[in-house]
Design a protein around this ligand. Structure first.
Ligand code: HEC
Ligand code: HEC
Length: 460
């Protein structure tokens, strides 16, 4: 009886579309009042590979497309630049200081520490007291994402039009150089940020006004052009072109190429399962997959990266320096800062979930340190937000928790209303998360070069 009602329920959910919530169907899920909002966990024997594949297809969960072809010389150049502190004003920080191979291309911190910081990873300290307002995301599978940054401010639309915070300062000539969409454009931005890489004083880049991106980019190319090894690498990466005619778009595109080439990971148990191998998932992972696909998770986490590439408010707390929003200037309105729309306030991009086991802390400001903690957050997320314990944060930012929970909850995605997860469901979802790890992503230390062309030290 139970078996039949579960299947009926699943099929009803597929047919009824995204807003259907299994447990709200009294006819098929006569649960006791206390667990009325918790869907019935699938009984192990009822989950079949065929049904899970059918559910995945219904939710639009698809395999990751292969990474585009990257010229080896371009990826080599990008790797050197990503690890080279010459891109920063005071030559004290590289991209990979915050996107460390040792920490799955994040930094293992809730909020990053930029220029002027000392040490790396969780041990990094900030003598200036400046934190970056958001968590450093992993750089995995960026070729498959239309929106980069937590607020999607580097984005490409369905017609292939790229938008960035630089507007027309990113000239048509520069745009033509960008071969891998948003991934190729992204490196144009951290280099201009004083807090991240450029610094406030003590170097020629810091002296340039904030709104003059072209001067900042040209200044970095002047530095790079003084190093013969780089001139040679650029000319090898772009055959037939002279270094003196190149712009920072050529550097940024190379860093994008490096990310696309070396950080695309499509060989997880889940990928092998989607490709047809029934036993690629353990029995527990199979049950977990079904739970993930029938709960509301996959309404937002779908597609090739397990992100809909859209924006939602899932009731995350706000702390740290913020993005200059609100009367305190310490709030972060997320997507609204890009679109100007009140309806986008507190919305952040749905995080892709491949390799998610490796990429903590979690959420746009890294508020939640463990993966299980993040999944538990979805259970009564309004209460979780109101009772958030700042003790899990870096001692230096604990006192910056903003008392704006009511405003965040006013924008919380309606899908989260009434969601309660039993420990059994949380366990099943954790099992599914463990099927999303590509073994090759577990140890990325081989990516760190021993030497970079500037001769500056490499963080590791
Ligand atoms: C000070 C630490 C820091 C440095 C240095 C840094 N990043 Fe980041 N990176 C971050 C943070 C924090 C974010 C998220 C910012 C946001 O969303 O507003 C981010 C976001 C990104 C993203 C977007 C990922 C996604 O899923 O949307 C990419 C790609 C990236 N950085 C690459 C780079 C590159 C390339 C460089 C060097 C040119 C660089 N970063 C330098 C901290 C840093
Ligand atoms: C309404 C859309 C939505 C639903 C439903 C949803 N998520 Fe999310 N998820 C998001 C968004 C948006 C973020 C990023 C939020 C932020 O940082 O502010 C996120 C973040 C996460 C993260 C953190 C990843 C990281 O690296 O920071 C995990 C894990 C996660 N979701 C798992 C789940 C699971 C499991 C479920 C089902 C119980 C679920 N999500 C349901 C939209 C959703």
């Amino acid at each position: 009886m139970r078996r039949i009602s579960w299947k009926t329920c699943v099929i009803a959910a597929i047919l009824a579309g995204p807003l259907m919530y299994c447990a709200d169907q009294p006819a098929t899920a006569p649960a006791p009042a206390s667990s009325r909002h918790s869907p019935v966990p699938p009984a192990p024997g009822t989950v079949t590979p065929a049904l899970v594949r059918q559910l995945a297809a219904a939710r639009g969960v698809v395999p990751l497309p292969p990474a585009p072809y990257v010229r080896p010389a371009l990826a080599r150049l990008g790797r050197a630049l990503a690890f080279d502190k010459i891109l920063s004003g005071n030559r004290d920080i590289s991209c990979t200081t915050c996107h460390l191979p040792e920490f799955a291309t994040g930094d293992g911190r809730s909020l990053s520490i930029g220029a002027g910081g000392v040490g790396i990873g969780p041990a990094r300290r900030t003598p200036s007291g400046i934190f970056i307002p958001r968590n450093a995301p992993a750089l995995f599978n960026v070729a498959a994402m239309r929106h980069l940054f937590w607020d999607g401010r580097v984005e490409i639309d369905h017609h292939g039009h790229l938008s960035t915070p630089a507007g027309s300062q990113l000239s048509p000539e520069m745009r033509r150089v960008l071969e891998f969409g948003p991934a190729s454009a992204l490196a144009m931005f951290p280099v201009g940020s004083r807090d991240e890489m450029r610094g406030y004083s003590g170097n020629e880049l810091a002296a340039i006004p904030d709104d003059d991106n072209p001067a900042i980019w040209a200044g970095i190319m002047r530095r790079i052009g003084k190093i013969p090894e780089y001139r040679r690498m650029f000319e090898e990466a772009y055959p037939g072109q002279r270094f003196d005619r190149m712009t920072f778009a050529h550097a940024s595109n190379a860093i994008g190429a490096f990310m696309v080439d070396k950080l695309t990971f499509a060989n997880t148990p889940w990928d092998r399962f989607l490709a047809g191998r029934d036993n690629a998932l353990t029995p527990n992972q199979l049950v977990g997959a079904q739970t993930f696909l029938t709960l509301k998770c996959a309404i937002c986490h779908n597609g090739a990266t397990l992100s809909d590439d859209e924006f939602h408010d899932v009731a995350m707390v706000q702390f740290g320096p913020g993005k200059g929003n609100g009367s305190s200037l310490r709030d972060d309105y997320g997507r609204m800062n890009v679109t100007g729309l009140e309806s986008d306030k507190y919305l952040f991009r749905t995080t892709p979930l491949r390799n998610v086991e490796l990429t903590g802390p979690y959420g746009h400001d890294g508020a939640i340190s463990s993966l299980q903690g993040f999944i538990e957050h979805y259970s009564d997320s309004d209460q979780k937000l109101l009772s958030f314990d700042p003790m899990q944060l870096d001692a230096a930012v604990r006192s910056t928790l903003l008392p704006n929970a009511a405003d965040i909850l006013a924008q919380r995605d309606t899908l989260l209303k009434g969601v309660v997860l039993t420990p059994a469901l949380v366990g099943q979802l954790m099992d599914y998360m463990s099927a999303l790890t590509d073994d090759r992503a577990r140890d990325l230390t081989h990516l760190t070069p021993r030497h970079v062309p500037s001769g500056l030290p490499v963080d590791h």
